[in-house]
Design a protein around this ligand. Sequence first.
Ligand SMILES: Cc1ncc(COP(=O)(O)O)c(C=O)c1O
Length: 446
Amino acid sequence: MNDMSAPVGGNILNLEPYWLPYTANRAFKNDPRIIESAQGFYYRTRDGRTVLDSFSGLWSTGLGHCHPKIVKAVQDQVARLDYAAAFQVGHTGAFELAEKVTDFAPDGFDHVFFTNSGSEAVDTALKIALGWHRVRGDGTRIKLIGRERGYHGVNFGGMSVGGIPGNRKMFGNAMLPNVDHLPHTLDLEHNAFNRGQPGWGLHLADELERIVALHNAENIAAVIVEPVAGSAGVLVPPKGYLERLREICTRHGILLIFDEVITAFQRIGTPFGCQRFGVMPDIITTAKGITNGVIPMGAVLVSDAIYQSFMSGPEHAIEFFHGYTYSGHPVAAAAGLAALDSYVEEDIGSRVAELEPLFEDAIHALRDAPHVIDIRNFGLMGAIEMAPRPGAPGARGMEAHVKCFEQGLMVRHSMDTLAFSPFLTFTPELLEQTFGTVRKVLGTID
Ligand SMILES: Cc1ncc(COP(=O)(O)O)c(C=O)c1O
């Protein structure tokens, strides 16, 4: 057992009071992995080891840890304006960031609502969708359609439209009513070891027609999907699938929401993922990369038409009864402005385009490694799926995570799938180091 509760020559850390999120708390507290600092591509642990981060934080910190421009912007901002009331007044940074985010976004996305996380962005987007139909006199449209294995955060709306069984099981009947789900698109029989978008699976988009026929279009408000599903282990949309969803939604007057909490800000090589696919949704949710993960922030982008529909009624009246104390927080806005400038100044789009084929080759080279049953990739998102250990699903993934950490590599696992989200400025050598370590570790687990 590591004893990371004690740093080299320092105080003992009391591990008990902190209830860690999405973590096996008892196992963790018996064998803690504690990070003390970070710089660039690396974490430094409490016991003084250097760990290469293969996951850019949590899909969040693509420009690298402690990016100097963002650190400086945050330091300056917190000393100038730490907080400004978010309701009925505004501050400069929020307006500037809104303009910059809409400049990044595809044409037609002219307005942004700020939140503090991806989960809040999703619930905000679902409320905008319901509200939009209502202000247009279409108040029967209240059904929300998600997708199996989708992840849309942990609040009640996102959890309900989400489709990862483990996230729902404990909360059963408390889920929102009026929700249905599309099937997911992963089928190892047809798609295993596919590079990029699979050629099989387009017909699964037509399941939306079946759902529409069942519930009636005039009862359905919105469909929400991740363009590339991340948390379920990188599920890449089949060729033509997103286009087909778009076409069906348009035909039936249903709003299409792309949850781009992961796929925005160059993760798949374009400012927003929808630009890579050339498929435009009606609403986009995002978070993570908007501030390079430095200060919590989420955002919902809507078309001018959606925004303008809300701008009715008496001028003194609030048009959308929704908001957070920290919507557009000044320090988050400063981090966001610095991050967005850095994506441009560092020509991150071109670097991702160069790195993507190298990443694809490096991850697929593990095809013959022990336990591996599938490898998937798109942009700088990738996953290696292992067969579950008989009778102990998730155990191999957990063991691989812990052993990689011991070998100086941070990997993310979800059950028995290892996911990778390298820095947008990673190098071929570090890709080699990442997958070399993973191969070595897979060879040591049964
Ligand atoms: C697609 C998607 N939506 C929503 C969320 C939730 O974001 P947060 O953890 O910031 O609430 C995530 C988080 O990974 C995500 O990947």
